[in-house]
Design a protein around this ligand. Structure first.
Ligand code: SF4
Length: 204
């Protein structure tokens, strides 16, 4: 683990921790400058507006100082695809390289999580009404997946048709969520994701 006082540039050095775990890693001066600017903004609790071109290695330039900040950091992304990439691919690599026991959590909007209560309601409705074949097939797929998913993140079923209205029937809004009155509150994916985020050092 790098000492807390190590300059962030050391982490990007040719013989540094990133180079040791990332094949083909090369020090890029622009990337180091950006990382130093981000680290400084985090340390000083100041805003920093940074524009960097293609090939600078922006992702690592902000993630490395975020993990190195030794304080809670929220990384907000423009797309869910980038959010997934940071959480599943980039952050584990950096944490491993730096040997940091950092707790990282991914938190999406509530409409991205399966609502177990509404899934049950949707299934009951299907039993009494006729829905399209596609919707029924998708509902069956969702039910099977609900038994195995840990996160309840519907992105795990990305190959399914996102336009299908059934998704609205099995996810919640602030208005229709039963909150503490919900019979499956203890198993709620939204509640679990928020709880994990509260305990995390870095939230994406
Ligand atoms: S607490 Fe809300 S979001 Fe969670 S399962 Fe119940 S109704 Fe759905």
């Amino acid at each position: 683990m790098p000492p807390p006082h190590a300059d962030v540039a050391d982490l990007f050095a040719a013989d540094g921790p990133l180079a040791r775990v990332i094949e083909g890693f090369a020090t890029r001066p622009e990337q180091v400058s950006m990382a130093q600017a981000v680290a400084s903004a985090l340390a000083m609790r100041r805003h920093s507006l940074i524009e960097a071109g293609t090939g600078v290695g922006k992702t690592f330039a902000y993630l490395v100082p975020a993990l190195f900040a030794h304080r809670r950091v929220i990384v907000s992304t423009g797309t869910r695809t980038l959010q997934d990439q940071l959480f599943h691919r980039d952050l584990p690599v950096i944490a491993r390289a730096m040997g940091l026991p950092v707790r990282v959590a991914m938190l999406k909007g509530r409409s991205n999580y399966l609502c177990l209560q509404r899934l049950e309601l949707a299934e009951r409705e299907v039993a009494t009404n006729t829905r399209s074949r596609n919707a029924m097939r998708l509902l069956n797929t969702i039910r099977r997946w609900s038994h195995t998913t840990k996160s309840g993140d519907i992105g795990e079923l990305a190959e399914q048709n996102e336009q299908e209205p059934i998704w609205q029937a099995v996810t919640s809004t602030r208005e229709n969520c039963l909150g503490g009155e919900c019979p499956v509150f203890q198993r709620c994916h939204v509640v679990a994701a928020r709880r994990e985020a509260q305990a995390a050092d870095v939230i994406v």
